[in-house]
Design a protein around this ligand. Structure first.
Ligand SMILES: Nc1ncnc2c1ncn2[C@@H]1O[C@H](COP(=O)(O)OP(=O)(O)OP(=O)(O)O)[C@@H](O)[C@H]1O
Length: 247
């Protein structure tokens, strides 16, 4: 396994509260890794640590062989935040074209990214006129167009209809098959099956790093929701060799 992200003994304080406590994990390259757990468990904080926008108290985060946040990683790592970060006065195409120019991409890449998020028919719409879900999709297109080696997505499917969600997961799977590493956070367990492996978090700690099937087998349940609850009740971490966060 080639490692894309190596987190070692990471502890982060936010607002006087320990948001991440001694988290260690290796995220494999060329796969989709799901980051799952209840609201407030530290998913966004871990993501921010990976993309290099989080002040950390201790520990280290290496991304594609460099320290997280290094200038050299700027064009190699794409990050889509939970709230859309786009230019309200530009059209959909204008937004994506702007990011394409930053990454040295072509016009055809702009069209492809817009198609991938299902916004081809709103290409000329000004972003301010879009719905919240559509804004999120523009944000995603802006990240896709750069074709980063590591794509970090914070809850990218929130507010999307089931058809579009399914399309996006297909898209993510194709990107992974082409070698892109994806880290995708969600608090919806039914999305977990699209991931090669799962990081299950709770209260600032990594409970387990395992595949969806390992999670079901380990907990003897068929529903991933039930499996997560069972794992939490078991009092992981330390529940077994495959669930110790180091896979
Ligand atoms: N700007 C902030 N200032 C202080 N504390 C914060 C801030 N943002 C988050 N926190 C705290 O850090 C902890 C982890 O939050 P984080 O946003 O990483 O959780 P999350 O799992 O991404 O939640 P959600 O699924 O609701 O987005 C929480 O206890 C939260 O209250």
């Amino acid at each position: 396994m080639t490692t894309a992200v190596r987190v070692e003994n990471l502890t982060v304080e936010r607002g006087g509260h320990t948001a991440l406590r001694d988290v260690s994990v290796e995220i494999p390259a060329g796969e989709i890794t799901g980051l799952l757990g209840p609201s407030g468990c530290g998913k966004t904080t871990l993501i921010r640590s990976i993309v290099g926008t989080q002040i950390v108290r201790s520990g280290s985060v290496r991304v594609l062989g460099a320290a997280a946040g290094s200038p050299a990683l700027r064009t190699r790592v794409g990050y889509v935040t939970q709230s859309p970060s786009i230019y309200a006065d530009l059209t959909v195409e204008g937004n994506v074209a702007y990011f394409a120019s930053l990454y040295g991409r072509r016009r055809s890449d702009v069209h492809e990214a817009i198609e991938a998020v299902g916004l081809a028919d709103r290409r000329t719409a000004v972003a301010a006129e879009l719905s919240g879900g559509q804004e999120g999709r523009v944000s995603l297109a802006c990240a896709l167009v750069g074709r980063p080696e590591l794509l970090v997505l914070d809850e990218p499917t929130v507010g999307l209809d089931p058809l579009l969600r399914a399309d996006l997961w297909d898209r993510f799977a194709r990107l992974a098959a082409e070698g892109t590493t994806l880290v995708v956070s969600s608090h919806v367990m039914d999305e977990a099956d699209h991931c090669s492996s799962l990081l299950l978090m709770r209260d600032g700690e990594l409970l387990a790093h395992l595949t969806p099937n390992e999670l079901r087998e380990h907990t003897g349940t068929t529903s991933l929701d039930d499996a997560f609850l069972a794992l939490v009740r078991e009092g992981a971490p330390g529940t077994g060799s495959s669930t110790d966060g180091s896979r």
